[in-house]
Write a protein that binds this ligand. Structure first.
Ligand code: ASP
Ligand code: MG
Length: 416
């Protein structure tokens, strides 16, 4: 008998049937004698729909009001699941992030957790109830409602697991675990039984949507083992742990693909000290997550600076970049949304030279042009044309021995 934190993502609670199925699973977990804290995401595409609704109503979207709006999605899920649990004779109580004392800083839309009190969750558990917590949200030190970034219900679950010293933190999602690639893009992908925190961090940073980056960071820093598994099949999934990979594990754990970024090029930038700082400081101040940066060698005293960043932040970045480009006397700015990032991730890379060369050769042989490159000790990422994405990902998956030998056959959720 222990305490289990279970997080159910948007697809797991997408409709009344799914919601009831989740209630069944919570009931089942309870029958096995466990205390359960549930964290829920908004139903299906509810968050996307609210964002689009805001866009249709207004061009002014203050962070505070967006957070007031978006947190309703999770609140709907929490209340409905609690009702479904009541039908099953399970006493449960729903809470917002604020009610359970998830205290954040004041950055709307991307707030950071400062403290998790959890008192009301503890009280509920002591009273023999299931606590159902609305994910993704908290309350700031200014007493405003905040959200912690897209996908942050994972973070809510991880942080609660830590605070409550839970025995397990289960992340239920629409796939059966962490895969060697996105099965929607690489049908030969297979499930990984375990992934080291460092690899999972790189995968999330490279664009894998299975777990939100910050929840992996949090889990690693606070030693919370995560179990990623499917809410549709309940089979064992993937453990994200501190366990070091063994010699027998493959060098490459996965091929990660990402189509959520765009490339911005500032052309004809004077090549002198301070220019990069002038460009990237205001982007950082606006919380735009710049990813890869490439600066060309200068010709005639000017150079081009290219960088990638989330398409979703483009509306903020566009004005800033245009203003800075004019200020520093650059000759122009180009935007390219037709790009994709393909990354190889594997802890084994540290001790195996030549992985990058093999990756580039594989792509070259397929006629895939590489536009940008970046690396860490256990990751190599390239930017290619979006139209080359499938081709590039599949050939790398085969080249590095990751193919399962059979096409992934479980029913696939709709591709976002
Ligand atoms: N509903 C939020 C989102 O779509 C948070 C989450 O699902 O974790 O980003
Ligand atoms: Mg998610």
């Amino acid at each position: 008998m222990g305490l289990i934190v279970q997080k159910y993502g948007g697809t797991s609670v997408a409709d009344p049937d799914r919601m009831r199925a989740v209630a069944d699973n919570v009931a089942y977990t309870r029958q096995h004698g466990h205390d359960v804290v549930v964290v829920v995401s908004a139903m299906g595409k509810a968050t996307d729909n609210l964002i689009s609704l805001a866009g249709q109503v207004s061009e002014t979207q203050p962070g505070r009001e967006m957070d007031m709006l978006l947190t309703t999605g999770e609140r709907v899920s929490a209340a409905l699941l609690t009702m479904a649990l009541a039908d099953r004779g399970i006493e449960a109580v729903s809470f917002t992030g604020s009610q359970v004392g998830i205290i954040t800083d004041t950055t709307h839309g991307k707030a950071k957790i400062l403290e998790v009190k959890g008192d009301r969750v503890r009280d509920a558990l002591r009273a023999g109830k299931v606590a159902v917590v609305a994910g993704f949200q908290g309350v700031s030190t200014d007493r405003e409602i905040t959200t912690m970034g897209r996908g942050a219900s994972d973070l809510t679950a991880t942080a609660l697991a830590k605070t409550l010293d839970a025995d397990a933190c289960e992340i239920y999602t629409d796939v059966t675990g962490v895969f060697t690639a996105d099965p929607r893009i690489v049908p030969q992908a297979r499930r990984l039984p375990k992934v080291h925190f460092d690899e999972m961090l790189e995968m999330a940073g490279a664009g894998s949507k299975v777990l939100a980056l910050r929840s992996v960071e949090f889990a690693r820093n606070h030693h919370v083992a995560l179990h990623v598994r499917s809410a549709f099949t309940w089979e064992p999934g993937t453990w994200i742990t501190e366990e070091e990979p063994s010699m027998e594990d493959p060098i490459i754990s996965g091929v990660v693909t990402d189509t959520s970024e765009a490339k911005v090029t500032v052309v004809g930038v004077p090549d002198k000290p301070g220019i990069s700082a002038t460009l990237f400081e205001p982007l950082a101040a606006a919380n735009v997550n710049v990813d890869m940066i490439v600066q060309n060698t200068s010709k005639d005293g000017t150079t081009d600076i290219s960088f990638t960043m989330p398409v979703a932040d483009m509306h903020i970045a566009e004005d800033i970049v245009a203003r800075v480009a004019a200020e520093i006397g650059a000759s122009g700015v180009n935007h390219d949304a037709g790009i994709a990032k393909v990354s190889l991730v594997g802890a084994g890379m540290k001790s195996a030279p030549g992985i990058a060369a093999r990756m580039f050769r594989t792509l070259a042989d397929r006629g895939v042009n590489i536009e940008m490159i970046s690396t860490s000790t256990i990751r190599i990422s390239v930017v290619v044309a979006a139209s080359d994405l499938e081709h590039a990902a599949r050939s790398l998956h085969t080249e590095f021995g990751l193919d399962s030998g059979e096409a992934y056959s479980a029913p696939l959720p709709e591709r976002k």
